[in-house]
Design a protein around this ligand. Structure first.
Ligand code: ZN
Length: 380
């Protein structure tokens, strides 16, 4: 039995800004359209908002290859190279691109949130059906972002203009995935607390559960309004599940493209999309998550460990394996002390942690963020 479908992808080029020379800043947008009308949630996936975090582009490549032959019940939009400034921001061999070089602001802290829209919606739509509320609120999010883009008399920064146009695409979807990487890192997922069941459908061992607090990132800019809206209706005695979910997917380490791992990660995303009813299961191409121990941690317990001293670091702790109290996280070499002091310093913590990522360079200053760890963790 071979009922292979061929989804046709449509490519668009979105204009997101201009360089001093007049060169256009553009972002490619690939869109698959659902086969037939269904209630399945639509999907938006972008990659490479931070310049060095390139692996998401390879995952989008694999998704394009796979989705072409899968039956789809909802629209899927894929945006690689989401930040055309960031991925071109090189210094020597390295890609920078975490911060706008002009303003110093993190590229993933420039999205927009307007809490007033929730107050207006609760007041105006309390008599409407769930579906009508959803549609009206979605439209108000889009109108608001258009207002920012087109009628802001004082203008926007380069980063805001890029971010808002991406956010406009994201607001049109129900499920949003923002593909990032850490510096040197394990795979981990930023997941809103209410969506933790969904975290079990990705092949990702580590999940950070995040609260309803907007800090400028794409995932927050798309789930916080809906979370706040459902809380506001709950306060009025009405429970509505809008079925909106957004995640930041940390795919591993920066400055790396691995197409084989990208295929695995694309299939992991399809496991989640099949769970949400976007992708039709069909035996041969069933996307089912692997059995694994999934560790979770609340954002408040996700701790950065700052180097107590300058020096050269030998990173010892493995990612994703609980590290017992007193076991070494790293050892720091200080050759200036050899012979008349301590040349080697072992660094450890006083309680068990789960190491998730570490700094990308072996040379650190006192106060450099050495490791990030789940300080309190549990299994999902
Ligand atoms: Zn990032």
């Amino acid at each position: 039995m071979n009922n292979q479908t061929q989804n046709k992808v449509i490519k668009d080029v979105m204009h997101v800004g201009e360089m001093a020379s007049g060169a256009q800043l553009t972002v490619p947008v690939y869109k698959f359209t659902a086969q037939g009308a269904t209630d399945a949630p639509s999907v938006y996936i972008q990659a490479n908002m931070h310049g060095a975090e390139v692996q998401g582009n390879a995952v989008i490549y694999q998704l394009l290859e796979l989705i072409g032959n899968i039956e789809l019940f909802a629209d899927v939009t894929l945006v690689p190279y989401a930040n055309p400034v960031g991925c071109n921001h090189k210094n020597g061999e390295y890609t920078l691109g975490r911060f706008d070089p002009i303003t110093g602001v993190n590229w993933n802290r420039m999205y927009h949130n307007n809490p007033k829209l929730v107050d207006v919606a609760v007041e105006q739509y309390i008599e409407e059906s769930d579906r009508e509320i959803e549609q009206a609120f979605k439209q108000s999010l889009l109108d608001d972002i258009n207002e920012q883009l087109d009628h802001n008399i004082f203008g926007l920064t380069t980063g805001q203009r890029i971010a808002y146009q991406l956010q406009k695409l994201a607001h049109q979807a129900d499920l949003v995935l923002d593909l990032h990487t850490g510096p040197i890192s394990s795979k981990h997922l930023y997941c809103p607390e209410y969506a933790k069941e969904s975290a079990k459908h990705f092949n990702i061992e580590h999940t950070l559960l995040i609260p309803n607090e907007f800090d400028g990132a794409l995932d927050e800019s798309t789930f916080c309004p809906w979370w706040s809206l459902s809380e506001a209706f709950k306060a009025k005695g009405r429970c509505i599940n809008f079925n909106k979910e957004s995640f930041t997917v940390e795919l591993g380490s920066q400055e790396q493209i691995d197409l084989d791992i990208a295929l695995t990660d694309a299939k992991s995303i399809l496991c989640y999309l099949q769970y949400k009813g976007v992708v039709k299961p069909n035996g041969q191409q069933d996307f089912v998550p692997d059995e694994m121990i999934r560790y979770a941690c609340y954002l408040k317990d996700y701790k950065a460990f700052y180097s107590p001293m300058g020096g050269m670091v030998d990173y010892l702790a493995e990612f994703g394996k609980p590290l017992k109290a007193g076991e070494p996280l790293a050892r720091i070499l200080r050759m200036d002390n050899y012979g008349d002091g301590d040349a080697l310093h072992y660094i450890s913590l006083d309680h068990e942690v789960l190491p998730i990522l570490h700094f990308a360079s072996a040379s650190v200053n006192q106060g450099t963020e050495l490791y990030k760890v789940f300080s309190e963790f549990f299994t999902l």
